[in-house]
Design a protein around this ligand. Structure first.
Ligand SMILES: CC(C)(COP(=O)(O)OP(=O)(O)OC[C@H]1O[C@@H](n2cnc3c(N)ncnc32)[C@H](O)[C@@H]1OP(=O)(O)O)[C@@H](O)C(=O)NCCC(=O)NCCSC(=O)/C=C1/CC=CC=CO1
Length: 256
């Protein structure tokens, strides 16, 4: 059985981390596969949204601690394993959504934070976890977390590694919504379908703009927004959106 399952249906590419016996702990093979799919399959125009989830009873327990047991952490191998995945998600010009149930720990949480949206089941437990084993957070956590919760909270979450329940994660803005565990698969499917039927090019441009804002001045953003708006204005979906408004009907976006 593959360590990464792929399913494509109606514009939604669902990627399932599949090592349930270890709460989907990340191995080199799994990260390589995930990086490859993000680079080669996810950019296809028929893919309108990517959903990342875990098999079994949790989302992901982070790096598989048994894989490198007794070995020193290698800077090169580490970068190779995580860079293509985290950058792949950030640069993909379409929404990437994490569907979190059960535990999201260590680099598992880093991957969830690198997504554009997070939906959590009521049973979700989020923890940075790294400091509990004497490591610093990685896989982009030091980039994403302080931008979501501010320096002081990020320091607390990284240094003390508390286990956050879904509601607490929601109140901190770490997840976008919490849904009852029984309704979780249906709610994830519903949100994914909504995104898959949206103006995909526009979503990609929104993502570009928000990502750029992390390191830009207001003047630079005004210029960048104007540039991206020109691109958005040339999409078929923009024309359709305006037409639908005039005709007082729901827009039928085609992601073009
Ligand atoms: C909070 C947990 C994720 C879930 O707790 P719980 O539901 O009680 O489940 P457990 O009984 O603890 O686990 C079930 C089985 O899964 C195995 N397992 C869990 N996590 C890992 C893991 N990360 N690697 C390997 N195996 C794992 C666990 O041993 C159980 O198996 P057995 O029944 O056979 O014993 C909790 O499991 C937990 O806290 N896990 C560890 C979290 C963690 O420390 N993650 C790694 C952080 S470091 C990281 O992510 C990144 C790097 C990057 C670079 C280099 C080196 C390391 O880390």
């Amino acid at each position: 059985m593959s360590v990464l399952l792929k399913e494509f249906q109606e514009g939604i590419l669902t990627l399932t981390l599949n090592r349930p016996e270890a709460i989907n702990a990340l191995t080199t093979e799994m990260l390589k596969e995930l990086g490859k799919v993000l680079a080669r399959e996810a950019p296809a125009p028929e893919v309108r949204v990517v959903v990342l989830r875990g098999a079994g009873r949790g989302f992901c327990s982070g790096q598989d601690l048994r894989e490198f047991e007794g070995q020193r952490i290698s800077y090169k191998a580490h970068l190779r394993n995580y860079q293509s995945v985290v950058e792949g998600m950030a640069s993909l010009e379409k929404p990437v959504m994490a569907a979190i149930h059960g535990a999201a720990a260590g680099a598992g949480l880093s991957l969830a934070l690198a997504c554009d949206l997070r939906v959590a089941a009521a049973d979700a437990i989020l923890t940075t976890g790294f400091s509990k084993i004497g490591l610093i957070p990685d896989a982009g956590m030091n980039y994403h977390l302080p931008r979501m919760v501010g320096y002081a909270k990020a320091f607390e979450l990284e240094a003390l590694s508390p286990r956050l329940g879904a509601e607490e994660a929601l109140s901190l803005g770490l997840v976008n919504r919490v849904v009852p565990t029984e309704a979780f698969p249906a709610e994830v499917a519903k949100l994914a379908a909504e995104l898959a039927q949206g103006p995909s090019k526009t979503y990609g441009l929104i993502k570009r703009a928000l990502r750029r804002s992390a390191s830009a001045t207001l003047a630079e953003m005004l210029e960048y927004e104007a540039l991206l708006q020109e691109v958005a204005g040339r999409t078929e979906d923009h024309q359709e959106g305006v037409q639908a408004f005039y005709e007082k009907r729901p827009a039928r976006y085609r992601g073009r």
